[in-house]
Ligand binder design. Structure first.
Ligand code: SF4
Length: 392
């Protein structure tokens, strides 16, 4: 995004903020970078100590949205639970002091198994966390090592036990599939061990080769061989059928939930509802405007300490772009996109889409298209990005 846009769009007006029901907070610290990860993270050994991050987080909330009363909060990262218990305590104190949390119905926190120990879990439970998303990725030693993960299967099991003992019932387990060398049998065993733990939510992601990551360099240098697209699709069909047979609703391309356990925060984002993001790299979307904070922790801090806006990218979505985005996000949901919802939001329905593409994708069995709704078929979900691209 050109930086010239930075000055073009003002901060959302205070009048728009009461409509914002969802808040994302980025806690950037990780112990080390996993080889497939391109998120904005900071390592503890770098020059910004957590105390400075916490001070700046409070500054940002106080400047941009003091007293906001969200319904959902999602704390992601990084690894929020990599903070020491005392810092984690301060983190939640900042939320308590600066937001009105009385109407919160979901407070989600991402966590890694190696640091979901009783001391951290106790802080999460006492501070009203309702949902914890565990970055398990696999239960298989070899797969975990290939992903550069620092935990083992027993730590995943202990994490779930600690959460249950502390009274946190909503637990998501993240899995990654199509890891080089991973067989379907290994992945099948990952699914079984996940189901044995009885989480109410499971996310299953295909390994992606992001730019400038260690795993992509290894692929480009021929040191690892990615699974073929047809193998990836095979793994996807397998996890989808096993989890739906086990009673999980497949409500988004990569997400499965027991009835009543969908992640409300993410559903709100997929429905193109407004949200505010705080912390390095956090994005916000309010009143048709999008902004993204500086992803480098030290620079995000310096901007706030100098009294500057921490956003380095800002844009106002054109009605056309906003409609396309709403379609892209909506197609990720199994419910698809309703004509009436598009009309309410943009004053235009499916007539805004390319009718030839709609007919062709429908003929290919990739979408289901009625006057009221467009959604991906089971086959279309395997090629979701391509379908969205063709449609939009
Ligand atoms: S723990 Fe998560 S956020 Fe941190 S480096 Fe690994 S994948 Fe990225």
């Amino acid at each position: 995004m050109p930086s010239s846009l930075t000055e073009a769009v003002p901060e959302p007006r205070a009048a728009d903020l009461p409509r914002v029901r969802s808040v994302y907070i980025h806690s950037p610290y990780c112990v080390r970078r996993c080889p497939y990860c391109d998120f904005a993270i900071a390592l503890f050994r770098e020059r910004v100590p957590p105390a400075r991050f916490l001070r700046c987080l409070e500054l940002e909330i106080q400047r941009r949205a003091p007293g906001l009363s969200p319904r959902t909060l999602f704390v992601g990262g990084g690894t929020p639970t990599a903070l020491k218990p005392a810092d984690l305590e301060s983190f939640f104190q900042i939320l308590d002091d600066n937001f009105d949390l009385r109407r919160v119905i979901e407070l989600s926190v991402e966590a890694n198994p190696e640091n979901l120990r009783p001391d951290r879990v106790e802080v999460l439970a006492r501070r009203g966390v309702t949902r914890v998303s565990i970055g398990a990725q696999s239960f298989d030693e070899t797969t975990l090592r290939r992903l550069g993960r620092r935990h083992d299967a027993s730590q995943i099991e202990h994490s779930v036990a600690h959460l249950r003992a502390a009274g946190i019932r909503q637990v998501n387990i993240d899995l990654i599939y199509a890891v080089p060398g991973q067989t379907l049998a290994v992945f099948d065993s990952d699914i079984s061990r996940t189901l044995d733990l009885g989480p109410d939510h499971i996310s299953a992601y295909c390994l992606t080769y992001e730019q400038d990551t260690e795993i992509t360099r290894a692929r480009d240098e021929g040191r690892v061989t990615p699974l073929s697209a047809s193998r990836e699709a095979h793994f996807y069909r397998h996890v989808r059928s096993r989890l739906t047979e086990a009673g999980y609703e497949h409500y988004e391309i990569s997400n499965f939930a027991l009835p009543g356990a969908r992640c409300r925060h993410n559903v709100s984002c997929w429905r193109h509802q407004p949200y505010l993001g705080f912390g390095p790299s956090a994005a916000s979307f309010v009143a048709g405007g999008r902004r993204r904070n500086d992803p480098r922790l030290a620079d995000w801090c310096a901007r706030l300490e100098a009294g500057e806006d921490p956003a380095i990218e800002r844009e106002t979505l054109s009605p056309e772009r906003a409609l396309r985005e709403a379609m892209m996000l909506g197609l990720r949901r199994s419910a698809g996109v309703r004509e009436s919802a598009l009309r309410r939001a943009f004053g235009r329905g499916f007539a805004a889409l390319d009718p030839t593409a709609l007919a062709r994708l429908s003929d290919l069995g990739l979408i289901e298209h009625t006057p009221e709704r467009v959604r991906l078929t089971a086959r279309g979900q395997e090629f979701a990005d391509g379908v969205a691209e063709a449609l939009l």
